[in-house]
Design a protein around this ligand. Structure first.
Ligand SMILES: C[S@@+](CC[C@H](N)C(=O)[O-])C[C@H]1O[C@@H](n2cnc3c(N)ncnc32)[C@H](O)[C@@H]1O
Length: 927
């Protein structure tokens, strides 16, 4: 269950008559416990409580209902119960149906309220549902509630008005919802003068059977689009007179309203009764936009960028600097004035703005700084000099684009109330301005330079209608001649496999004049490229949340040389961290935040998240495209080793239609000697890791004739011939002439080292291994044939793993090995004979330590939770010996390892790198 669904379930429970016996079970059910769990608790099988009538769910909550007036005592008893501690309960909760008390036993926070209000505190208990981003959710309790209610209304309206759900009418439906949201906000914030004017007018003027609800609402919309003096002539009813003129922007186009069923009407009235003053425009917008998206509705906006993550972008991009300047200015009136003037000319631009959360946060943070300036200058209540229209966005979907404008308008009003007082805020709020500063369109197709004239003076034209104006056009320029521009956001990431044809074409449009190697680029790269080009002309700095894959592996040589060619450099970075949002099950996406722009800025910052969640800050002299403190070196794959290490290749390409490869047992009819002579153990990555090799026919030309005398083998070989002949690949077809063999027949004379292509991120070491000459390695693993054993020591080391994680890229978050990218390029100091002997001993020790645990598989041995101590110790010794070869001691951390590796790589490839860079990019970058 997500937070919206939980809120709905808890609210429904709070509305029911209190039943002391049932309450604990119903409460747990509302937090997503399954029927079977509840049944077991009910029967007492899993109820660990020692208090009569109470329910104790292990690792979760101890709940008791009690006699009237004894809530506080009961809560005390729950807390004191030894079972509460033994069962590691997170919460205790007591209620008598009139009062409600609970405590979070970890934080010591408490809730004490009337029973009727306990649903307002649903956020407090969200850890019960495995949702950990609780603080943010608790702060967003209203937004979650409102989203849930609007979602229900939306669905109900679509049920009654199916035509409004069609592609043509969906925008009308979305406009209607945006208007409703505005009205709910306005009626609770004095913008409409009388409290709940909108909801109450509908309740009074529309029939109970809902037959004319749509007409009443339509008349209200019409009134809000008509100046008072013109209302009589427009034939508006008297009851609409109390509504202010809001302006053509919000209500000017069609005022058609969908028809309401009785249920829809009551939903609407219920939504109106919520306290919309509490709306938080940076969160609400993101949630509500999901209501209009069929595929997103289930998640109800829980995937949006959280405020802490937005601040990770905005703070280092420019807010920290503004705050520093504020600090420096102290009470110096002139300096404070200069800072305020500077802020008046700052433009913030989010070219994938969704419902505007980055812009809203940027606006609110800047208003807070401005308010502090005003206070220090004794100018409290002064009109803001920060124009809302300096917060610009592009968004491809129409509903979020509308909501973004609404969210910014609401944010401005709320800031005015906070810093200037309600009266002033109201005085200037209406009529709304109809300027369009959020463009609805494709950011990769629009010309940003045209959209945001660098000189930025004057207004091009005003729209008549905020919603129905041609949204794909920029309608105003920034009023900020000579000002700064900051580009920010969380643009969409999509690997090539998941891009639509249109998106592939967008990427082509952005990159084709710079390179012909754009096909493998992630969709997000388009934003990086366009922001760099814009920055080249305007001096703008940018920072985006992005998939970290653009800073790993093969993406780096394709993208970053082009970015660097525009003159941009990486100025700060939050290195990879797991994406967390308000969803109960966070998607396993790993992201990074990358700030880039003109290198004239001297300071660089790398923010790294530690295991305990704290952040370390490092200030290197440069940050390279892998987000490592090092020179701007790019690692290019190489088909031959650049480092003196033995060559690594992919295992054997079979192309045999599964006739030469088989499972154990399938060839049980073969004589033992034939099995020995004609078959081999066959390993890909997973066969090796799971310790379950398959078998393959391995027929050298010498044994071929003997083997083909065996019927079983002959049939299989014949099948290979037919399969290859049927192939459309000429190379495979040609191999039909040698059907007894794989396309390649590589095998170690004495042994081979096997390197799996994929390895789970959890493993602390790459699960490499040694196979004898009776084993064949498939093309689903890499091999070094007859390699010296010290190669295995290097492959199994921590330092090699950090190189692989950085330069090879990952699939999801698993390591994805590449011989060309990761092994042939791996920087290593020259090894003396003694070094090689020491490393060989280390490799032997690792292999022996594994042997001790036979028949444990590699998967068992390298399970991070269960890795045997002796094997871990062998790896530690290996790391110690190898790292001493690099720097005479152990490295302190991965950052240090990577710094050293990039330093060595730079030396190793001083010339080749330059050539590669030129190959990647076409010369010159057009703006
Ligand atoms: C990851 S969301 C971020 C939105 C918002 N900042 C948030 O946190 O919810 C990316 C946004 O980019 C929009 N988008 C996708 N492709 C786009 C394009 N080509 N041009 C403009 N916007 C686009 C999506 O509709 C979505 O709203």
């Amino acid at each position: 269950m997500n937070a919206v669904e939980i809120e709905e379930a808890v609210s429904a429970l709070a509305e029911q008559p209190f039943d002391g016996r049932e309450f604990p079970f119903a409460f747990l059910e509302a937090f997503g416990n399954k029927d079977t769990t509840i049944k077991r608790l009910r029967k007492g099988e899993s109820n660990a409580s020692d208090i009569s009538g109470a329910v104790l769910q292990r690792s979760n909550i101890h709940i008791a209902t009690c006699a009237a007036g004894t809530v506080t005592d009961t809560l005390r008893a729950l807390k004191a119960s030894p079972k509460t501690t033994q069962a590691r309960a997170k919460f205790v909760l007591a209620t008598d149906g009139a009062d409600f008390e609970a405590e979070d036993l970890n934080s010591g926070e408490t809730v004490a309220c009337a029973y009727a209000d306990f649903a307002d505190h649903f956020g407090f208990f969200l850890p019960l549902a495995g949702i950990t981003t609780v603080r943010q959710l608790r702060e967003s309790a209203f937004d979650i509630k409102a989203t849930g209610r609007l979602n229900r209304l939306y669905m109900e309206l679509l049920k009654d008005n199916p035509e409004w759900g069609t592609a043509e009418r969906r925008p009308d439906m979305n406009h209607f919802m945006a208007r409703l949201i505005f009205c709910f906000f306005a009626e609770d914030t004095d913008i409409f003068g009388t409290d709940e004017l909108f909801t109450k007018t509908i309740e009074t003027m529309s029939a109970r059977d809902s037959s004319n609800t749509h007409e009443v609402i339509s008349e209200l919309f019409r009134a809000m689009n008509t100046k008072h003096a013109e209302r009589k002539a427009a034939g508006l009813p008297r009851w609409a007179d109390a509504f202010p003129y809001v302006n053509g922007g919000l209500f000017s186009a069609s005022v058609e309203v969908p028809r309401f069923s009785k249920i829809a009407r009551s939903y609407l009235l219920h939504i109106g009764s919520l306290d919309w003053k509490k709306i938080n425009p940076d969160i609400f917008g993101s949630m509500i936009q999901a209501v209009a998206e069929d595929d997103e509705r289930g998640a109800l906006g829980m995937h949006y960028t959280s405020v802490p993550n937005i601040l990770k972008v905005l703070n280092p991009l420019f807010l920290d600097d503004l705050r520093e300047k504020l600090e420096e200015a102290g009470d110096n009136a002139r300096k404070l004035l200069n800072l305020r003037n500077r802020m008046a000319r700052i433009r913030v631009f989010d070219p994938a703005c969704g419902s505007g959360n980055f812009l809203v946060i940027a606006y609110k943070e800047m208003r807070a700084i401005e308010a502090e300036i005003n206070t220090r200058r004794d100018e409290d209540g002064r009109k803001s000099v920060i124009p809302l229209t300096n917060f610009r966005g592009i968004e491809i979907r129409d509903f979020p684009a509308e909501i973004a404008r609404l969210a910014l308008i609401i944010a401005e009003y709320q800031c005015d109330v906070a810093y200037r007082g309600q009266k002033e805020a109201l005085r200037e709020f209406l009529p709304l301005d109809a300027m369009n500063w959020i463009t609805c369109g494709n950011a990769l197709r629009l010309d940003w330079l045209e959209l945001m004239d660098i000189r930025g003076t004057g207004v091009k034209y005003h729209a008549d209608d905020l919603f129905h104006s041609p949204l794909d056009q920029a309608q105003i320029n920034f009023e900020n001649e000579g000002g700064e521009t900051y580009i920010c956001g969380n643009p969409p990431y999509r690997g090539t496999k998941n891009q639509t044809l249109e998106q592939k074409d967008d990427i082509r449009a952005v990159f084709e004049s710079h390179t012909d190697r754009y096909a493998a680029l992630d969709y997000v790269s388009g934003w990086f490229m366009k922001a760099s080009i814009y920055g080249k002309h305007s001096g703008a700095r940018s920072a985006f949340v992005s998939t970290n894959s653009i800073c790993q592996g093969g993406q780096v040589p394709l993208l970053w040389p082009l970015i660097f060619d525009t003159g941009s450099r990486i100025l700060f970075a939050h290195t990879s961290f797991l994406w967390k949002n308000l969803a109960s099950h966070n998607a396993g996406v790993t992201v990074a935040i990358i700030g880039f722009g003109s290198p004239s800025e001297t300071s660089r910052r790398i923010y790294t998240q530690n295991k305990d969640g704290s952040i370390s800050i490092h200030e290197p002299s440069n940050i390279n495209a892998y987000l490592v403190p090092s020179r701007d070196v790019i690692v290019y794959g190489s088909s031959k080793p650049l480092n003196g290490l033995p060559r690594m290749s992919l295992g054997n390409q079979p192309y045999e239609g599964n006739f030469l490869i088989f499972d154990h047992g399938e060839m049980s009819n073969l004589e033992e000697t034939d099995r020995t002579n004609f078959t081999r153990n066959f390993y890909g990555s997973s066969e090796f890791i799971r310790g379950k090799p398959r078998k393959c026919l391995w027929l050298t030309d010498e044994v071929k004739d003997r083997a083909l005398r065996i019927d079983l083998i002959k049939k299989r070989v014949e099948s290979v011939r037919e399969w290859r002949l049927a192939s459309s690949r000429p190379a495979t077809k040609a191999m039909a002439a040698r059907p007894h063999q794989f396309c390649e027949m590589k095998i170690g004379k004495s042994h081979a080292i096997i390197v799996p292509i994929r390895s789970s991120e959890g493993r602390e070491y790459l699960p490499v291994g040694l196979l004898d000459d009776l084993c064949v390695i498939s093309n689903l693993a890499y091999a070094i044939y007859d390699a010296p054993l010290w190669s295995l020591s290097i492959l199994a080391s921590k330092i090699h793993l950090s190189w692989i994680g950085t330069v090879c890229g990952r699939m999801k978050s698993d390591y994805s090995y590449s011989n060309k990218m990761g092994w042939h390029t791996f920087p290593i100091p020259p090894l003396t004979q003694k070094n090689k002997a020491d490393l060989t001993r280390c490799a032997e020790d690792i292999l022996l330590a594994r042997e001790v645990h036979f028949p444990a598989t590699i998967a068992d041995l390298y399970d991070p939770e269960a890795m045997p101590a002796d094997l871990r110790a062998a790896h530690e010794r290996n790391d110690e010996v190898l790292e001493r070869i690099y720097i005479g001691r152990r490295f302190k951390n991965d950052t240090e390892r990577l710094e050293k590796l990039f330093e060595l790589y730079t030396k190793m490839t001083a010339e080749e790198n330059e050539v590669g860079r030129k190959k990647a990019a076409k010369p010159g970058v057009r703006a």
